[in-house]
Unconditional design. Structure first.
Length: 277
């Protein structure tokens, strides 16, 4: 679904929510109380500024007795068979964010991955899957990265732990190409990259990936991930804590210029190991 059509569909979702809420005699605050969000969030859903999570859409159906209408509509707009259920909404947030800040302790983030890197990661977790399934996931990830290509791209600030640039995912030559890709994006000023060196020792959010989203007219949201599961956090107090931890990570990481030099040096190390220098 094209972005314009998708936005129009969310506006329909919001208009229907407002119509059915008013028909039921609820204020935004009253409905928010029943579905465990603020009345302000209900207003943002109605204006298509913010998209509800699946469990919220389900509770709206219960509160308004709409027989699953909002859950079905949500699934049609959010669900994509190429993505895990817990990740589909994150893809939507990437398309609408004005700023994304990410910490990657073990893996090159999806928005920065080359096709070869994605393929290697996918095969490592799915050694028996059919080739067409692998290619579908690779294509989906490459398409996701297009959010960094347009004029309206979000500000993207990523902190990589040094482990990420040292592990030869897909092979030494493939990893060198992956790091060249990151360096190219940084050189074009499409992303701002810092590296947290192993010499930093202990660090905030140790071992945990985190992604912070900011939006034009909606409150910030945090995404964290565990084993085959993910969480979107929008409680203001929790978001503020994560933002504080991310600021500490920035302070512990190498400056952008030194980070880029480390990435380029690591790429040369991988090339030497591959015998391609």
């Amino acid at each position: 679904m094209a972005n314009g059509a998708r936005q129009a569909a969310w506006e329909f979702f919001g208009a229907e929510l407002k119509r059915r809420r008013e028909n039921a005699g609820f204020t935004q605050a009253a409905l928010g109380t029943r579905v465990f969000v603020s009345g302000g969030y209900i207003g943002q859903f109605e204006q298509a500024i913010r998209k509800p999570q699946l469990d919220v859409a389900q509770r709206i159906d219960e509160a308004l007795q709409t027989e699953g209408f909002f859950e079905r509509t949500w699934r049609k707009l959010i669900d994509d068979a190429r993505y895990a259920d817990y990740f589909a909404q994150v893809v939507e947030l990437e398309r609408t964010a004005t700023k994304i800040c990410e910490f990657a302790p073990t893996l090159v983030p999806g928005l920065l991955q080359t096709a070869e890197y994605t393929r290697a990661v996918t095969l490592a977790s799915n050694p028996f899957v059919a080739e067409e399934c692998i290619q579908e996931r690779v294509t989906a990830r490459v398409e996701r990265a297009q959010v960094l290509a347009g004029a309206a791209r979000p500000v993207y600030w990523v902190i990589l732990h040094e482990h990420v640039v040292r592990i030869p995912v897909g092979g030494e030559a493939e990893m060198a190409a992956q790091l060249d890709h990151i360096a190219e994006l940084a050189g074009e000023r499409r992303v701002l990259v810092q590296v947290l060196p192993t010499s930093a020792g202990a660090y905030p959010l140790m071992g945990r990936m985190v992604r912070l989203f900011e939006f034009e007219e909606a409150p910030p949201t945090v995404y964290t991930e565990a084993v085959y599961s993910g969480n979107l956090l929008d409680d203001p107090a929790l978001v503020k804590r994560v933002q504080g931890a991310y600021d500490l990570l920035r302070a512990a990481a190498l400056p952008p210029k030194a980070s880029l030099a480390l990435i380029q040096s690591a790429a040369e190390d991988h090339r030497r190991c591959a015998g391609t220098t």
